[in-house]
Design a protein around this ligand. Sequence first.
Ligand code: AMP
Length: 297
Amino acid sequence: MYSAIETRFAEALKTSSLSFTPGREIRRQYKGVNVIFTLAAGLQKKPSCGSQAGNAGSPRSKSPWVNPDPNLLVEQNDRYMIMLNKFAVTKYHFLLVTKVFEPQESPLSESDWGAALDVLCQANAESGRRHIGFFNCGPASGASVAHKHIQFMTLPEDFVPFPDSTASEDKDVYANENVPFAHYIQSLPVQANAEQAAMVYSNLLGHTLTLLARHELPLSYNIVFTEQWMMITPRSAESYEGISINALGTTGLLLAKSEKDLALLEKEGFEIIKKLGLPYEPVMVRFMPDHTGYTRY
Ligand code: AMP
């Protein structure tokens, strides 16, 4: 799979089927949490958030993947396609897309998790580099396309995302108190299968729904996952002063489209996501009623 991604990427670049804008990196730490700001001015060409998911025309008719560009299609089976990102900031940024249109706002199914983990493990094993998967869901999540897709990217060299040191071997959900926004992290079992990943997802989603409901907010969230863990961040707003943040931002990979945005991001650091999500709070134990009373789960 990965060699097909590399070949297709080189060909698509030659035929201008995709644009690749490598950015200038600035590395910082906020309370021990690693953050990379990437200034990628070429991103100004990219469709803005919600633009391919908005009201004019049905989301299906606006999807770039109902009739996918063959120059960006890497491979497919009867349920999913692997597509290259048309507006890449990192080399080989690719997406797992449902073959038949499904709304991005629908939850990830066990089959989606099976396909996503397969792709992630293959990418890691075949490239020798660590990848991250991410999914933006809901109007405040920073998603721009309404057709269900999960994205994959190589993690920058020597970048340790904070969930690496926060996730724990046992089954509980964790949050890092040095991160100013509400988030939930859970470790994945070694070589997790689709069912195990779907269970972790539904557990994290439960925490997210509870928190958003308490704040009377509609469902919007970001998911980031590696082979080791999954993290979910509830969202309350899509952008701050014109800067849109998606799932990547929640791991500390923040993109700026201009020097002005970069200056604002540097000033705000991770605090910007508190404004676009909800303030940090320790993970609450949730209870589920059963016939004997209440059981922790
Ligand atoms: P999101 O913004 O989270 O919905 O993710 C959509 C991704 O698809 C973004 O990274 C876009 O750069 C990418 N994208 C947008 N239009 C196309 C297209 N026509 N072909 C391939 N990728 C696209």
